[in-house]
Design a binder for this molecule. Structure first.
Ligand SMILES: Cc1cc2nc3c(=O)[nH]c(=O)nc-3n(C[C@H](O)[C@H](O)[C@H](O)COP(=O)(O)OP(=O)(O)OC[C@H]3O[C@@H](n4cnc5c(N)ncnc54)[C@H](O)[C@@H]3O)c2cc1C
Length: 351
């Protein structure tokens, strides 16, 4: 029987980044996915932005996470020989004079200048952005074309005979003296990376997932063309070949993976308040984000089944969280470091 260190179940963003990180650490890895049937990653716009929210503050652990993600995706795209990593300037027009004052006041904070340019760039954006209160350019942002990255990694796994497309049934796992057997292969550990599907798992249903439905619009602008991401309460991201993505919605109540007219209207209105041109919509996409009640990732080993582990809860910011925390989790799995209490599943008590 073929033996591996790890089975990764789910080849979304979490499973992909974790599997590659384990391979880099010379671990034997096998991956299963059901063909992206329930994938948030397939519709993720892939934006990473170090300065967010109404208060325009540095995101959680930005100083650690951002240098890490730039190195990770640059190297990963060379490894896969596919371009999917696009660093971009983000322009943040202010909502009000108060917000402008607030941002300028906090610019003296340590490390802020790594992420915000205090030069005035407003004139450059005025022809196409509503920026009556001015704005700032955010550095170190951009986007990852996630579905392209997943496809390229899947091709690599297939070439190496490390991948099986199948609907994984957790009841089919056979425990053999602390190792797990499935599909005629033996694994020291099975790591669940099934996004929102892990919420239904008998092993993980005690974890406080709080799914958030999201929708985005895809289209183009007549007569204008810009290369920067424009981000206020909604955002517009220049994709490839004159195509732009706009979004996104956050719905905690509706769990149906279907597009809605309400989201269409909400995104369109935000886009019209941001960009001085008509947005011609070609497509609308939807997915459910694997978010948690405390908005932090979930990782760790099951307290009753030591051969089962989880890497999940990447929520609304999977692109920026995945590389740093996959590395952190691998350090833990290999016995190099303990898990940060903020992300360990033990913060919810042992099951
Ligand atoms: C509209 C929208 C826009 C977004 N935009 C951004 C963004 O701009 N930036 C950002 O950082 N994040 C964004 N996100 C969030 C991002 O998508 C998530 O953080 C991330 O994709 C989660 O990845 P995951 O691998 O944990 O889950 P998923 O992507 O859901 O992957 C889980 C995988 O497991 C597979 N699977 C499930 N059950 C089984 C089974 N039984 N057997 C086999 N395989 C199974 C699924 O099919 C899927 O391929 C967005 C999300 C949405 C919905």
């Amino acid at each position: 029987m073929e033996k591996y260190n790890y089975l990764i179940v789910g080849q979304g963003l979490a499973g992909t980044v974790l599997a590659y990180t384990l391979l880099k650490h010379k671990q034997r890895v096998f991956v299963i996915d059901d063909g992206y049937k329930n994938s948030a990653s397939k519709v993720a716009v892939g934006m990473f932005n170090p300065v967010t929210g109404k208060r325009v503050v540095k995101t959680w652990k930005a100083d650690l996470i951002f240098p890490f993600l730039h190195t990770f995706y640059s190297e990963f795209q060379v490894f896969l020989q596919t371009n999917f990593f696009f660093p971009k300037t983000i322009y943040r027009p202010f909502d009000s004079i108060e917000q402008q004052n607030h941002v300028l006041a906090q610019s003296v904070e340590q490390g802020f200048s790594n992420f915000i340019s205090l030069e005035n760039h407003d004139e450059k954006y005025k022809p196409f952005v509503f920026n009556q209160f001015g704005g700032v350019e955010i550095k170190n942002g951009g986007y990852v074309e996630v579905s392209k990255m997943l496809d390229a990694f899947r091709s690599f796994l297939l070439r190496e005979n490390l991948f099986l497309e199948m609907d994984f049934d957790e009841n089919a796992l056979i425990d053999s003296n602390g190792e797990m057997i499935i599909q005629g292969r033996k694994f020291e550990k099975v790591i669940f990376c099934r996004g929102i599907k892990d919420h239904e798992s008998k092993f993980w249903k005690h974890l406080p997932f709080k799914p958030v439905k999201g929708e985005v619009l895809i289209g183009n602008f007549k007569d204008i063309d810009f290369q920067e991401i424009i981000n206020r309460s909604g955002w517009v991201l220049p994709f490839e070949n004159g195509v732009y993505k706009a979004g996104a919605t956050y719905d905690w109540d509706d769990k149906e993976n279907k597009i809605t007219e309400q989201a269409h209207q909400e995104i369109l209105e935000k886009t019209q308040k941001l960009i001085k041109a008509d947005f011609q919509i070609e497509k609308q996409e939807v997915g459910i984000r694997p978010t948690t009640t405390d908005r932090r990732p979930l990782m760790g080993i099951h307290s009753a089944y030591p051969s089962l582990a989880i890497f999940n809860g990447l929520g609304t910011k999977g692109v920026m969280l995945a590389p740093y925390f996959a590395n952190h989790f691998v350090d833990f799995l290999l016995g190099i470091k303990p898990l940060d209490a903020e992300v360990s599943i033990d913060r919810f008590g042992v099951k």
